[in-house]
Design a protein around this ligand. Structure first.
Ligand SMILES: O=C(O)[C@H]1NCC[C@@H]1O
Length: 345
């Protein structure tokens, strides 16, 4: 049998490379997408949301994906120093930052020849994410790519100790911090939960209740663009924010109750900005962050003070590993009643 051979199909063939970073999937679209219009990466993000959302559903939803699938679409960047631009997609729409994707894309950009000749021991790749320019540094030796670290956009504590009322749980106190996207942070213990041991469904329910309450009760804002001023999710933690050589665990529930399998690159960025703001961690102090779901680790450190509008901010470096898991071409048939995808929880 000739293989691979495309099956009977109608319409576009969408080809992807699948990777994962700390267990969190990344489906990188390599062909089949129409040209994305828009003068800026943020404008392109609005364009895919308004005109190409059926393709996100095709690739993220079942039967080709699943509730917690995550994707990346490479686009042209308007910033001269960017090597590539990227849009991120998930079960609800399009995010503004994704650290686990940046870690995977760093390797992918070299392995698939998207950037200039790589240099050893490390190659810098500038990735223009919707939140801004993120610098990835990819280990490279003997022709092989390895671990990746990245320097994210300025990260800052947006508000600390804000009281919100969460239906079913009462009044609780949360912090909100920005690491390319805005997250609410809460110690899972206040819900009687343990991020390492509790049922994922219980963690999702508590985090989703917090997300909904923050969205309803806290006015969010970002100095650079209105497009960045939304709550992406809630990160439940083990509360171990005092500096230690021991890892601290968290679980990130983002978009529509989607669960990150990794420690969450943008979440680690935001969490370090929060810890720095509270005086719990100094510059160049490396902390390990563990995913409560899979036990995988990212490390992170604040490397420089900076500003984001009126907010005192830090540049955070996050490091992790990504791996390839396959390459696929997706098709559809017009008579398939489920061709547009569906989600099951
Ligand atoms: O690592 C991250 O930053 C992402 N992972 C899924 C949710 C976030 O976008």
């Amino acid at each position: 049998m000739d293989f691979p051979k495309l099956p009977p199909h109608d319409g576009p063939v969408l080809s992807v490379v699948d990777m994962h970073t700390g267990g969190e999937p990344l489906r990188i679209i390599i062909s089949g997408y129409p040209t994305v219009q828009g003068d800026t990466v943020l404008a392109k993000r609005r364009y895919v949301r308004d005109h190409l959302d059926h393709l996100r559903k095709l690739l993220m939803f079942e039967p080709r994906g699943h509730y917690d699938m995550y994707g990346a679409l490479l686009v042209e960047s308007e910033i001269p120093e960017a090597d590539l631009g990227v849009l991120f997609m998930h079960n609800e729409g399009y995010s503004t930052m994704c650290g686990h994707a940046v870690i995977a894309l760093g390797r992918f950009a070299i392995d698939y020849g998207l950037v200039k000749t790589p240099t050893s021991p490390e190659t810098q790749i500038n990735i223009h994410c919707p939140c801004g320019l993120v610098k990835a540094f990819v280990e490279y030796s003997n022709g092989k790519t390895g671990a990746v670290k990245f320097h994210s956009v300025p990260a800052f504590a947006f508000v600390t100790d804000v009281k919100i009322t969460v239906p079913g749980y009462g009044e609780i106190t949360v912090d909100i911090s920005y690491g390319g996207a805005l997250y609410a942070f809460v110690n899972a213990e206040i819900f009687g939960l343990d991020v390492n041991k509790s049922q994922t469904r219980d963690l999702v329910d508590a985090a989703t209740a917090v997300t909904n309450a923050v969205k309803a009760q806290v006015k969010l804002y970002h100095p650079v663009s209105e497009d960045l001023a939304f709550l992406y999710g809630t990160i439940l933690t083990d509360g171990k924010d005092d500096f230690s050589d021991e890892p601290t665990a968290n679980v990130c529930v983002f978009a529509d109750a989607q669960v990150d399998r990794s420690p969450t690159g943008s979440g680690v960025t935001a969490r370090i900005a929060l810890q720095y703001h509270k005086g719990l961690i100094g510059l160049h102090k490396t902390r390990s962050f563990k995913s409560g779901t899979t036990g995988t680790i990212f490390t992170g450190k604040a490397i420089q003070e900076t500003k984001c509008g009126e907010f005192s901010a830090v540049v955070v470096e996050v490091a992790g590993h990504a791996y390839y898991s396959g390459i696929t071409s997706f098709t559809l048939e017009n008579e398939d009643t489920l061709k547009n995808g569906f989600l099951l929880r």
